[in-house]
Design a protein around this ligand. Structure first.
Ligand SMILES: *Cc1c(COP(=O)(O)O)cnc(C)c1O
Length: 371
């Protein structure tokens, strides 16, 4: 990791905020268990520190996407319950069993693979059955749910931990698909009553207790993304990204800034160049649209974001602040993650998972909130 003095940006991850977000989701989900989604390096925030913090905050159950994420997490958390979302490719069964990972079975093929592995070993290994209630992505569609229900022998050699599904529009509370998926999930549950039930992601937790079942699977909200986009965000901000100013220059004639000459200066303007670009994972689409903050002055990103640099108009900031070496918030208290993501025409999830390795990372607090 680049050190603080030379890095182009400082990425600060507030583990105390993460722990308090976990407590908030758990309170909101009430009776249901609150599992954490920590796939993709915990949404880019660093899975080791995130998992450690969540475990200290009382989280016992984790979801990752890939087998390798599961085996790495197992080394760190010997007693956690670890679910692997992307299924069980034939040939990987033994690794799942060795590391006590629970595969999410996404197809009849996955079910057959896992059942055969159980039979071959004279044991019933734990797995989840994923039913598709409206994503048309992974999971058994309705006709396959019926087929398994009619021939329960397919599951006889599997210890079903969860029957689960995933919501497509949970962040739009009024979307009719939410209700339809809830009804479809209830029907699937009636057909497959074994194990526990889980439907809600972060936003799903806020659709009401009907959606909670036995376990919720929260990711985004833990990391500060608003679970209900049009409401005041109740989640604490976990991420701050501060870029370093490399140079400040006065542009006092009509000139353009950056590649493509996409921004034209029309008044005496101070342009600061910041050592962060799309090569760091900062969205290129933030150019000419998102806002950085210097102190508490909003300073727009002008011109295109380039690979290692971006440019901001600091004319409205006090001269003493807009100086070489100063740090400017690209994501911070006055320009939170969701706002930057929206301005860059993307979502907080994508901004987080692209946070690159060139940032100097600082982890704050040690999340010891225990609910
Ligand atoms: C990623 C994921 C989650 C977590 O979703 P968030 O919106 O980040 O809370 C839950 N369930 C499944 C199946 C997922 O893929």
């Amino acid at each position: 990791m680049p050190d603080a003095a030379t890095a182009g940006a400082i990425l600060t991850i507030d583990l105390q905020a993460l722990a308090s977000n976990y407590g908030l989701i758990r309170a909101q989900a009430r009776g249901a268990e609150c599992a954490a989604s920590i796939k993709a390096d915990a949404y880019g925030l660093g899975v080791e520190r995130v998992a450690e913090t969540l475990a200290e905050a009382g989280c016992r159950t984790f979801f990752v996407a890939q087998l390798d994420e599961g085996t790495a997490l197992r080394r760190q958390l010997p007693s956690a319950e670890i679910h692997v979302l992307n299924g069980v490719p034939p040939g990987t069964e033994r690794l799942f069993a060795e590391h006590r990972l629970i595969p999410v079975l996404n197809s009849l093929g996955d079910i057959a693979t896992w059942a055969e592995f159980g039979r071959a070993n004279g044991a019933r290994f734990a797995a989840d059955v994923h039913v598709d209630t409206g994503m048309s992505r992974l999971g058994l569609p309705a006709d396959e749910i019926e087929a398994v229900s009619a021939d329960p022998g397919q599951l006889a050699d599997i210890e079903v931990a969860l029957v689960m599904s995933h919501l497509a529009c949970a962040d739009e509370p009024d979307h009719p698909l939410n209700r339809r998926q809830l009804e479809a999930f209830r029907a699937a549950r009636a057909a497959l009553p074994m194990g526990r039930a889980s439907l809600a992601n972060s936003s799903g937790v806020f659709l009401g207790s009907d959606y909670h079942f036995d376990m919720v699977r929260a990711g985004a909200a833990l990391y500060g993304i608003a679970p209900v986009p049009d409401q005041l965000n109740a989640m604490a901000q976990v991420v701050r990204l501060q870029g370093r100013i490399l140079q400040v220059r006065l542009v006092d004639s009509s000139q353009t800034v950056g590649y493509g000459a996409s921004h034209r200066v029309t008044r005496r303007t101070q342009i600061a160049t910041v050592a962060v670009g799309y090569g760091d994972g900062f969205p290129r689409s933030a150019g000419n649209s998102a806002v950085a903050v210097l102190g508490d002055v909003r300073v727009p990103i002008v011109g295109r974001v380039s690979m290692d640099l971006l440019t901001i108009d600091v004319s409205d900031a006090p001269g003493a602040m807009a100086r070489v070496g100063a740090l400017v918030d690209l994501i911070g208290p006055h320009n939170p993650l969701d706002e930057v993501a929206r301005d860059a025409c993307t979502i907080g999830y994508e901004v987080l998972t692209r946070l690159g390795p060139r940032y100097h990372r600082v982890y704050l607090g040690r999340g010891r909130d225990k609910a």
